[in-house]
Design a protein around this ligand. Structure first.
Ligand code: 13P
Length: 254
């Protein structure tokens, strides 16, 4: 059975003292919730702090982006090895906040996914449609295009090393989460697409939902058979709220 995974995407938030309070609060808060997996993706300068606080704990940590290159003249970029040097297990790839600003093309994201898995990281591949695309009924078309861009780089078996996250752009930071039914429909559609290519990969790959996940809607999302977890933005800035989401994930696995 696939385990549920709760990932905090802290985006460009935090400070040394507030991160410490959050990470220590999460560690204390999840003590009784052993049935799910947890990770926190922090801004790169805070990776050393995440490692210092989370090492040896049930909470993994990761970056929010990385370069597909090993080293070189790429000002402002971070290589996969830099992430693994700080103990990262995860890296978010292709978040819409990066795709939209033109930094990340489908092709570049595909390459990055492959490089991440080769470096021993688990990429969390974000895909999702904009509001205009949603309103035009293009959800399936857009998400499959984004997924296929990665599959064409690495082959369907390459997906085994990563996690997929459906994040409709219209639900991110808007407070308007997709309904659990919508999330289930899209995730089941994506899993069905992967299944046509490789049934084993489809059965095992964790597919998350992201977009205005809160304590209040988490349990319903986790009750859906294809929702293997959530990627949490704003609600991961509040320790109690994030711990409540972790609790809902763990309870859903009992
Ligand atoms: P919010 O939870 O703030 O909507 O952000 C979701 C997200 O972007 C996770 O990667």
């Amino acid at each position: 059975m696939r385990r549920k995974l709760v990932v905090a995407n802290r985006k460009m938030n935090g400070s040394l003292p507030s991160n410490a309070a959050f990470l220590e609060g999460v560690l204390a808060g999840i003590l009784d919730y052993h049935h799910a997996d947890y990770a926190v993706c922090v801004p790169h300068p805070y990776l050393f702090q995440a490692e210092a606080i989370l090492k040896g704990s049930p909470v993994a940590w990761g970056g929010q982006n990385m370069s597909r290159f090993a080293s070189g003249a790429y000002t402002g970029s971070v290589s996969p090895r830099m992430l693994t040097e700080f103990g990262c297990q995860y890296v978010i790839i292709g978040h819409s906040e990066r795709r939209q600003r033109g930094h990340d093309t489908d092709h570049a994201i595909g390459e990055r996914f492959e490089v991440a898995t080769q470096a021993g990281l688990k990429p969390i591949l974000c895909i999702g449609e904009t509001l205009a695309e949603y309103e035009e009924g293009m959800t399936d078309l857009v998400t499959i295009r984004q997924l296929n861009a990665v599959i064409s780089e690495i082959g369907v078996k390459g997906l085994a090393g990563g996690v997929l996250s459906y994040e409709p752009v219209w639900a991110i930071g808007t407070g308007k989460a997709a309904s659990a039914e919508h999330a289930q429909n899209v995730l089941s559609f994506l899993r069905g697409h992967i299944e046509m290519l490789d049934a084993e990969i489809a059965k095992n790959i964790q597919i998350l939902y992201g977009g205005s996940v809160k304590a209040e809607n988490a349990a319903k999302l986790f009750s859906m058979s294809d929702v293997d977890g959530v990627l949490v933005g704003a609600a991961s800035l509040n320790t109690d709220e994030f711990v409540a989401i972790c609790q809902a994930a763990s309870n859903a696995c009992v």
